[in-house]
Ligand binder design. Structure first.
Ligand code: PR8
Length: 482
């Protein structure tokens, strides 16, 4: 592997990101269709461990996994007016089966509301059939017209986790929105991804939703990235799809629905946020390889060292640790460099001196600190280090994030922050669409929406919207976005 001396995450993020995700073999960007990428084995493992976390969180809160078809008939896809309006410019159409033109065109799902809800109608009869809480992790297709970017804006989203719920009352649906926010908060907390939660302005909500709540993180170049969304669909789809249930009095009522989703952007975020100029840094929980063992070989002592390495390998593997023994015929320095670049959280070095002393040398990737410990202590030391690395990465990421959030009052300051200071500006806002659009125009940044996160900034209630001068208790988050 070539030396990557020029990696500069903060000053040239785009190059850093492209180099890291391709050269550590997460994905291959050379597939000959724009916006479609290949997951390579190292990346696929990372993806799997990330998905294990969200699966656990959903399964533990009563969600059940399902799998719906990729194809949706045109008439069903068009049932909800706002939804089709929002998505028609973004769908891939299937028009032929072999040589025959299809009578009914089909779309490749850009999301599965319409596919699922046409079936929910058949599943739901009485209040006893509710709630329904299901999710699937699938690929979807969106013909994105903005520039595509691996993992961040793709046309085949390969890792779309979409959850869909159905409830009897609006209150139940509201409760579900809160649960979804809690689940995503836990998910991003486990991954050490900092986020701000906001309610999207109406002009930016999901097509067909009553309102949308989003999680945004901040990338090293100062642009925010939407990493998850939670939508309250009200009865919009229930009316379009005739999803009704018989209540206790025997009356037919329309159901209330929510949906929430994440994608491979989450993986883009963990790579971008925790990495440094040496390359990726993976949290032990999701690292494809958690511990790498590098033998330090001197002539004449090869056998002893290799034997000790194998013993350590077996012991760690036995404990369920994802461990790799690097026996390649290249210098240890080269191996160090390589595994640091690939983000392996812990390296174990074993040389003749270590063998003689019954010890190993351990280097942690996040701080590059070295320690030695006896073979007896090794497993405990590694487990403790896993926790410490995780806590350190999370703390570091949140500190960096908080430093780049600025509470201001004037649009001039907002503009300065989003244009030159790579940050998120918080400014009072009356929550009116018209004022939001004016703010957006004046500062040349996006209005993410009204901040819902607690503890990000205080409001007194005496704030005024910079456009209409009305008093407000709300703050808008504004940033350049992906
Ligand atoms: C829904 N329906 O669809 P959403 N590339 C990568 N990630 C993307 C892309 C893209 N082109 N587009 C969106 N995402 C609802 C909720 C079922 C589930 C990611 O919602 O359109 C973004 O992180 O907001 C987005 O927040 C998430 O998918 C869900 O997409």
């Amino acid at each position: 592997m070539e030396e990557k001396t020029s990696l500069d995450k903060f000053n040239n993020f785009s190059e850093w990101f492209r180099t890291v995700i391709t050269d550590i073999d997460l994905i291959d960007t050379r597939y000959p269709i724009k916006g479609c990428y290949v997951w390579r084995p190292y990346g696929f493992k990372l993806r799997k461990y990330v998905l294990d976390i969200i699966r656990r969180l959903l399964d533990n809160t009563g969600h059940e996994e399902v799998l719906f078809p990729l194809l949706i008939p045109e008439d069903i896809f068009s049932l909800e007016r706002e939804h089709i309006k929002g998505f028609e410019g973004e769908v891939y159409w299937v028009t032929h089966g072999g040589l025959r033109r299809l009578e009914k065109r089909l779309v490749l799902r850009p999301t599965s509301e319409t596919a699922m809800y046409s079936m929910f109608k058949k599943w739901i009869h009485s209040h006893a059939d509710l709630p329904i809480k299901v999710y699937q992790i699938v690929n979807i297709f969106r013909y994105e017209t903005k520039a595509t970017k691996p993992l961040i804006r793709v046309r085949e989203i390969t890792t779309f986790k979409e959850a869909h719920t159905v409830h009897t009352t609006a209150e139940e649906a509201e409760k579900q929105i809160k649960e979804a926010i809690e689940i995503y908060s836990k998910f991003f907390d486990e991954l050490g991804i900092p986020y701000i939660i906001s309610r999207r302005p109406d002009f930016d909500k999901f097509a067909g939703a009553v309102y949308s709540i989003a999680f945004d993180t901040l990338m090293p170049d100062g642009r925010t990235m939407q990493i998850g969304t939670v939508h309250n669909l009200g009865q919009n789809f229930a009316k379009a799809f005739e999803i009704t249930y018989e209540d206790i009095d025997g009356k037919h009522q329309f159901a209330h629905q929510t949906c929430y989703g994440i994608s491979e952007r989450v993986i883009a975020a963990v790579v971008a946020i925790h990495g440094d100029n040496r390359g990726a840094i993976f949290l032990p929980t999701i690292a494809p390889i958690q511990v790498v063992i590098v033998p330090i070989i001197y002539k004449g002592e090869e056998e002893k060292v290799v034997e000790a390495c194998k013993k350590v390998f077996d012991a760690l593997k036995y404990d369920g640790i994802r461990v790799f023994l690097d026996e390649r015929d290249i210098s240890p320095g080269r191996k160090f460099y390589d595994w640091e670049f690939r983000g392996v959280p812990i390296r174990i070095e074993i040389g003749p001196k270590d063998v003689a002393n019954n010890q190993v040398t351990i280097v942690r990737r996040d701080t590059m600190e070295r320690t030695t410990c006896s073979l007896d202590e090794m497993k405990d030391v590694i487990k403790k280090l896993f926790t410490e690395i995780e806590e350190n990465l999370r703390k570091r990421a949140w500190e960096e994030f908080r430093k780049r959030i600025f509470r201001v009052n004037s649009l001039r300051e907002v503009k300065e922050i989003v244009q030159n200071r790579r940050g998120i500006a918080l400014i009072p806002w009356c929550e009116n669409d018209e004022c939001g659009l004016k703010i957006r125009e004046e500062v040349e940044g996006e209005v993410l929406g009204v901040v819902l996160s607690k503890g990000i900034a205080d409001v007194t209630g005496n704030e005024v919207c910079p456009i209409c001068k009305k008093q407000t208790k709300k703050l808008a988050a504004i940033a350049k976005t992906y």
